[in-house]
Design a protein around this ligand. Structure first.
Ligand code: 13P
Length: 253
């Protein structure tokens, strides 16, 4: 069984004091080693990257990420952060193509492809987010849509490069305050399709969108799900620690 990746993006939440408290609490709890069979990760705001790196420490069992990065290494791109800059700040993961970035900041299949390539070029793990809207789901187009998003972003990668990619399937209708948790039944077909296309070829295929302490174990039980990408439930450290316990128990089955 593959390692279960369980992590959180803080999105645009937490000031430095809050970030320090969360990361410090996690470090204390883990005492230098990840739960067996689980790969924890945290993706703070850019402004907290070096702070969280410092608290977790070099060689931490918790991987650290950024929520976006530009595809160029450097240049006149006001307001952007490059992969080498993210790496310099201590990041090991680059989140790419979250639906909030596709919806509000013009992220496209073309830009996700450039960003995946940039992350891989510098040895960082691309965490590629894909997911369909409620309208696409209602029209019956979910699977086709997410396979297109994935294929477009991963086009042209060799076997070794692809093997370093993590995919997160996050249906837009399931994300955030306005989302509703997906049922296991709704996720069987998308994960079967993603699994057929990618399960032997990538590092992992995660589920995200209204993951909570009541549904996490069931979500991990879906075939081809190899982890969870979590927002609100994990923003409280206690919630995140409980998710790690649930994943560890699942990995031990
Ligand atoms: P929620 O868990 O708050 O629905 O957010 C999921 C998400 O978008 C993680 O990237």
């Amino acid at each position: 069984m593959s390692t279960l990746w369980v992590g959180t993006s803080w999105k645009m939440t937490k000031n430095l004091a809050e970030g320090r408290a969360w990361a410090g609490g996690l470090r204390e709890h883990l005492e230098g080693s990840a739960p067996t069979g689980v790969q924890p990760f945290v993706i703070p705001s850019f402004t907290a990257t070096t702070t969280v790196r410092g608290i977790l420490g070099e060689g931490s069992p918790v991987l650290l990420g950024v929520q976006n990065a530009h595809w160029e290494d450097a240049g006149a791109w006001t307001g952007e952060v490059s992969v080498p800059q993210a790496q310099d700040a201590g990041a090991q993961i680059v989140e790419i193509g979250h639906s909030e970035r596709r919806e509000h900041f013009g992220e496209t299949v073309a830009t996700t492809r450039l960003k995946v390539a940039a992350a891989l070029r510098h040895g960082l793990t691309p965490l590629l987010c894909i997911g369909e809207s409620a309208a696409i789901k209602a029209a019956g187009g979910s699977t086709e849509h997410i396979l297109e998003q994935a294929a477009g972003a991963l086009e042209g990668l060799g076997t070794e490069e692809l093997s370093r990619v993590v995919i997160a399937y996050e249906p837009i209708w399931a994300i955030g305050e306005s989302g509703r948790p997906a049922t296991v039944e709704e996720l069987i077909e998308p994960f079967a399709s993603l699994g057929r296309a990618y399960s032997d070829r990538v590092t992992g295929i995660l589920y995200g969108g209204s993951v909570n302490l009541d549904n996490a174990a069931d979500l991990l039980g879906i075939e081809h799900v190899t982890g969870l990408f979590v927002g609100r439930t994990a923003w409280r450290l206690e919630g995140y620690l409980e998710l790690l316990r649930i994943a560890e128990a699942h990995a031990a089955r």
